[in-house]
Design a protein around this ligand. Structure first.
Ligand code: NAP
Length: 319
């Protein structure tokens, strides 16, 4: 089978399109014929092995444990491993698998669910990691709240805007001018172009996915009992990365103040969350946000496009 492969951590040109043996599902697993795989900033980190902290998280200390990158997927169940009763060959599914930048991947049956009706494989592959993260980040948002989404034009932000809106909140999105119309189109009432203006106003909830702004600044824009959810941030040092130190400070400070400061470590492996996302899509409350589709042979360009922060919403690789 064709797959994107690497043997070591390094720049994106360490990735190559190669032929690998088709994997065989173990007990509890299914073999999926991947039709589309989502791209997010995490893939760049796992290819380069930076910040180094991620190597301590089970991905391989000196070289990557898994040769094939990729996590999000949508595809068709090809084969069932022993003991799997929830899925059958031919089922169209979406979810996550380790190594989705390949024609076939094996995955625990609990990590994929039937894909939402009416979506293409590309649209479905644009959902799992970013929308699960947004779902978990917006879990405490409720009707009538004022919510600020920083990085509203990106993969997580674009889903967070939609989900907070679906919960009845009033959304202000922070993004560059090129994404302002897109962010309004998915439900933000107002937009702050951070390249030209400062953040203004007070919010009940701030969902922070970009920019690594100081905690003191974010707290100025939170109501006295407001909640800050630190989701992520690019840049920063090669060792522990941009947002980690700030998140630690936030968690340590939170018990001593009236505002609630939290860091999110989202999981895209929860069957229940994938089923919730499918329901949200099928009843029209959530739309996949798909910017561009690249062929598998151009996976490097896809990762690089996301890493440059250019995508409006999500990017997908067609397999
Ligand atoms: N905590 C978790 O479990 C978890 C899960 C998934 C992802 N993440 C992390 O969350 C972050 C966002 O992920 P993503 O998939 O949404 O990335 P993405 O698709 O690249 O989106 C990031 C967005 O931030 C915007 N941005 C860049 N600098 C900004 C600034 N200074 N102020 C405001 N917006 C800015 C970018 O576009 P514009 O500059 O054009 O507006 C871009 O749209 C990443 O660091 C990712 O690793 C964390």
């Amino acid at each position: 089978m064709k797959a994107i492969v690497r043997d070591r951590y390094g720049p994106l040109d360490t990735l190559r399109l190669d032929d690998l043996d088709r994997p065989v599902p173990s007990p509890g697993e299914v073999l999926v014929r991947v039709r589309a795989a989502g791209v997010d900033p995490g893939i760049w980190h796992l290819v380069t092995g930076t910040p180094y902290l991620i190597r301590l998280m089970g991905f391989g200390l000196t070289r990557p444990k898994r040769p094939v990158p990729g996590l999000d997927l949508a595809g068709i169940v090809e084969e069932i491993g022993p003991g799997v009763t929830s899925l059958r060959p031919g089922d169209e599914v979406f979810g996550t698998a380790d190594g989705s930048f390949a024609e076939y991947v094996t995955v625990k049956a609990t990590r994929v669910v039937p894909k939402p009706a009416g979506l293409t494989f590309e649209q479905a592959a644009a959902i799992p990691v970013s929308a699960c993260t947004a779902l978990q980040a917006t879990a405490t948002v409720h009707s009538g709240q004022r919510v600020l989404v920083i990085g509203a034009g990106g993969g997580v932000g674009a889903y967070a805007v939609q989900m907070a809106k679906a919960r009845g909140a009033e959304i202000t999105g922070v993004c560059s001018a090129t994404k302002a119309d897109f962010v309004r189109g998915i439900g933000a009432k107002s937009v702050i172009d951070y390249t030209r203006e400062a953040i203004t106003g007070r919010y009940d909830v701030i969902l922070d996915t970009a920019g690594n702004r100081p905690l003191s600044l974010l707290r100025q824009h939170l109501t006295p009992r407001g909640t800050l959810v630190l989701v992520g941030s690019e840049g920063g040092g090669k060792v522990i990365g941009g947002g980690v130190a700030r998140t630690l400070r936030a968690v340590l400070l939170s018990p001593f103040i009236s505002q609630r400061l939290t860091g999110l470590f989202a999981s895209a492996e929860r069957t229940a969350d994938l089923l919730t996302l499918r329901e949200l899509v099928e009843d029209g409350r959530l739309k996949p946000v798909l910017d561009r589709v690249f062929p598998l042979s151009e996976a490097v360009s896809a990762i690089s496009y996301v890493q440059r922060g250019q995508a409006r919403g999500k990017v997908v690789v067609r397999v």
